[in-house]
Design a protein. Structure first.
Length: 151
């Protein structure tokens, strides 16, 4: 039987950089999508996507953030920064854990990430609001200590 203990550090810079990469990719693709499939309003120089096409960015957000985190334990930004998402017991996050983490992104990123910074600095496992609700931890693979117990 294997037990996992995570001895993580705050990794402020890496978490910020990973978030900037992920949401940078998301918003760039969103911008191209609106330009390619949206209706142009010459008065305001804005593009508008309506109807069923408006669901595409939501579905993409869901696949990019929730599904990738559940399957790979990381989004591309987290992969670049060598960070992984773990359940607090050291296992891969479940679907509900990955979803809960990401639903809290607007709260965590609100006001330039101040709520997330406060939460990360004040919690013993360095978790942001979404991690506390989802019972997850963001850490490097080297922070996970595996102990095997035999009877």
């Amino acid at each position: 039987m294997k037990f996992y203990r995570i001895e993580n550090k705050p990794y402020y810079k890496l978490k910020v950089f990973a978030t900037l990469i992920d949401y940078g990719i998301y918003f760039i693709l969103f911008w191209f999508f609106c330009r390619g499939f949206g209706v142009h309003d010459p008065d305001t120089d804005e593009y508008t996507v309506t109807g069923t096409l408006a669901l595409v960015p939501v579905i993409y957000w869901f696949l990019y953030f929730v599904v990738l985190e559940m399957i790979n334990q990381a989004t591309p930004g987290h992969d670049i920064c060598k960070l992984k998402v773990y359940a607090t017991d050291g296992q891969k996050p479940s679907f509900s854990q990955a979803f809960k983490r990401r639903v809290c992104d607007p709260i965590d990123i609100f006001m330039w990430g101040v709520p997330a910074f406060i939460c990360i600095s004040k919690t013993p496992k360095h978790q942001r609001i979404g991690d506390l609700w989802a019972d997850t931890i963001v850490a490097k693979k080297t922070d996970v200590v595996e102990t095997e117990v035999t009877f």
